[in-house]
Design a protein around this ligand. Structure first.
Ligand code: AMP
Ligand code: ZN
Length: 112
C-alpha cells in the first residue's frame, strides 16, 4: 500500500519520532504550524474518522491518552489543541487517520 504514514511507521521514510508503542506512533510534523506540532497515528491503517468502529475505537482512545502524556512531556502545561481533519472538506491530505497536537502559542478560533 502506498501510504506515507505506513512508511513512517515502518521506518521506510525518516521522521523525528517522539513516541512508539504497540498501537500508536508519534512524530514531529514536517511543516509545523505552531512551536510544538506533532502527529499521533495508529499503527493500523485506518483511513479517516469515518472508519472508526467498535473494533478499533479503543486505539483512538489510546491516541488521546498518549496526546496528554506527550503534551506534558513537550511543555504544553498551559494547553494545546488536538485536530483531526476528516476527508476532503475537512482538509485531510494524508489518508491514514492522524491527530495533530499543536501548542506553544495561543490557538485561534474559528480555525478557518
Ligand atoms: P492533514 O492535512 O490533516 O492530512 O495533515 C497531514 C500532515 O502531515 C500535514 O500537517 C503535513 O505537514 C504532515 N506530513 C506530511 N508528510 C509528512 C512527513 N513525511 N513527516 C511528517 N509530517 C508529514
Ligand atoms: Zn497507512
Amino acid at each position: 500500500m502506498d501510504c506515507i504514514f505506513c512508511k513512517i511507521i515502518n521506518k521506510e521514510i525518516p521522521s523525528v519520532f517522539l513516541y512508539e508503542d504497540d498501537m500508536v506512533v508519534a512524530f514531529k510534523d514536517i511543516n509545523p504550524q505552531a512551536p510544538v506540532h506533532f502527529l499521533i497515528i495508529p499503527k493500523e491503517h485506518i483511513e479517516s474518522n469515518d472508519d472508526i468502529n467498535d473494533e478499533n475505537s479503543h486505539i483512538i482512545a489510546h491516541v488521546f491518552k498518549i496526546a496528554k502524556k506527550l503534551a506534558k512531556e513537550n511543555g504544553l502545561e498551559s494547553g494545546y489543541r488536538i485536530v483531526n481533519n476528516c476527508k476532503e472538506d475537512g482538509g485531510q491530505t494524508v489518508n491514514h487517520i492522524h491527530f495533530h497536537v499543536l501548542g506553544g502559542r495561543q490557538m485561534l478560533w474559528p480555525p478557518g
